[in-house]
Write a protein that binds this ligand. Structure first.
Ligand code: DLL
Length: 435
């Protein structure tokens, strides 16, 4: 039988039934994790909690939090809850080896994830009659594979374009009449500009909807993309640690993203005290994966600042809604959809023989992120020969590209020329007004 990815029985479930479902899954999941992951067992033992203490979702607060540093400590296999031979896939966040998070998937986990993405595509009106152009990166990044899988499940004709090569994106979009576009919002805006420059008007473009996420974007940007492409632009949220895109997705109301809470239980906590905050409060978003097998995270602190709402939605779904993330509790930047930590830049500078005196300047020009890194020359590097400076800048930019996966423009500046405030340099100047 053909599967319908508007999963009404789940997506419009009563709060009471949802709680029952979540509770059953949580009890099982905690046992699974306690018995199979010594790292978790230790964390729970330290907190004096056993699986017997977890009888329903109301007991979730008794469990310890898990942070990105736990994931790093446990790299690569320390949080694996299934034998490696049962795993069929990994994905990973960008970053240095030390920073990298590797997430494992069994076939069940891939199916669950693709179901979530299929729900997202269905929520924007996608059916098997659609042509879905997936212009998120394919590879270790989750965007391409996640939406590709969702698109297959819905039965759309899937164009696995991956990111970049704008000329080919435009050609395939027009020649194959793509109706749904999946990519980062900044790439959607860029594609819009390119189409406009080539003389296409919104009514010439076959697209009807876009599913854009992986980075913060504003309502203004949404309107601009909708106008240039002649589409409805929908948000989608997710993170590698919990599977990838599709943890939450936007519906026709376009006022926040429904969390697939039969798979991912969301909490908002006070980032300083860890206290769980009531609905409507702003705080750090925490996710528990209720039924993932290989890499099930309990109470994972995302570092995203957010608000949850259970207000009735006009689409009929009862799944809790999360607002667009409103910033981070750490210093992670998302530049052109790629997660960048200032410490990664620092690592490159130290490896290349520079001092860690630098400043990252990020801006958004014509809906495209610009990424500049000003680096102070050391006495050893100092030269007034332009050709030598240019060569050093290029070599540093290449080293940063290798580390981050995106290309910065590097400017070497005179020693001690980067302003220090209160003795501490300002490392990041983010001129994008994203919130
Ligand atoms: O960005 C997964 C993804 C791919 C989501 C495609 C949506 C579409 P990571 O690279 O691990 O995973 O980055 C996760 O990106 O903690 C947020 O800070 C940010 N993020 C993701 N979606 C959104 C969004 C993917 N819609 C981190 N709005 C998360 C704002 C987002 N920020």
């Amino acid at each position: 039988m053909e599967q319908n990815y508007y999963q009404r029985e789940i997506e419009t479930m009563s709060a009471e039934d949802m709680k029952k479902l979540q509770s059953e899954k949580l009890v099982k999941q905690v046992k699974h994790v306690y018995e199979n992951v010594p790292y978790y067992k230790n964390l729970m033992d330290e907190k004096g909690v056993t699986p017997d203490d977890i009888r329903s979702i109301d007991d979730l607060h008794k469990l310890p939090f898990l942070t990105k540093s736990d994931l790093r400590d446990a790299y690569p296999y320390g949080l694996l809850a299934k034998p490696l031979e049962d795993c069929v896939r990994i994905h990973s966040t960008s970053g240095t080896t030390g920073r990298r998070v590797v997430a494992f998937y069994t076939q069940h986990d891939v199916d669950l994830w693709e179901d979530c993405c299929a729900r997202a595509i269905t929520a924007v009106g996608g059916t098997k009659k659609d042509v879905c152009q997936v212009a998120y990166g394919y590879g270790l990044f989750t965007g391409g594979f996640g939406l590709n899988g969702g698109s297959h499940k819905v039965g759309c004709l899937t164009l696995p374009m991956s990111s970049g090569n704008t000329e080919r994106q435009v050609q395939f979009m027009m020649d194959l009449s793509a109706t749904i576009l999946c990519c980062t919002p900044s790439y959607a805006a860029y594609l819009g500009e390119s189409l406009k420059e080539q003389g296409y008007k919104p009514e010439d473009i076959p697209l009807k909807a876009g599913i854009f996420g992986a980075e913060p974007w504003t309502e203004e940007m949404r309107h601009q993309i909708e106008e240039t492409l002649g589409i409805k632009a929908y948000d989608i949220y997710g993170l590698t640690e919990t599977t990838g895109p599709g943890v939450a997705f936007e519906c026709s109301e376009q006022t926040g993203m429904h969390v697939n809470e039969d798979h991912f239980y969301a909490e908002i906590i006070d980032p300083d005290t860890g206290e769980v905050l009531p609905e409507g409060s702003k705080g750090e978003l925490v996710f528990t994966s209720l039924d993932k097998e290989a890499f099930p995270l309990l109470r994972y602190r995302t570092r995203d600042i957010c608000v949850l709402s259970r207000k009735k939605c006009s689409c009929g779904r009862t799944l809790v809604k999360m607002a667009k993330p409103m910033g981070r509790t750490d210093d992670m930047l998302i530049i052109r959809g790629v997660n960048v930590f200032p410490s990664q830049i620092e690592t490159v500078l130290l490896t290349e023989g520079y001092e860690p005196n630098y400043q990252i300047v990020v801006d958004r020009v014509n809906n495209n992120d610009t990424f500049e890194v000003n680096v102070e020359m050391t006495a050893a590097h100092f030269t007034d020969k332009v050709s030598e400076i240019l060569a050093m800048e290029k070599s540093l930019a290449n080293a940063m590209k290798t580390m981050l996966g995106i290309n910065p423009t590097v400017h070497l500046v005179a020693p001690k020329s980067i302003a220090r405030s209160e003795g501490k340099a300002v490392r990041v100047i983010d001129k994008r007004k994203l919130i």
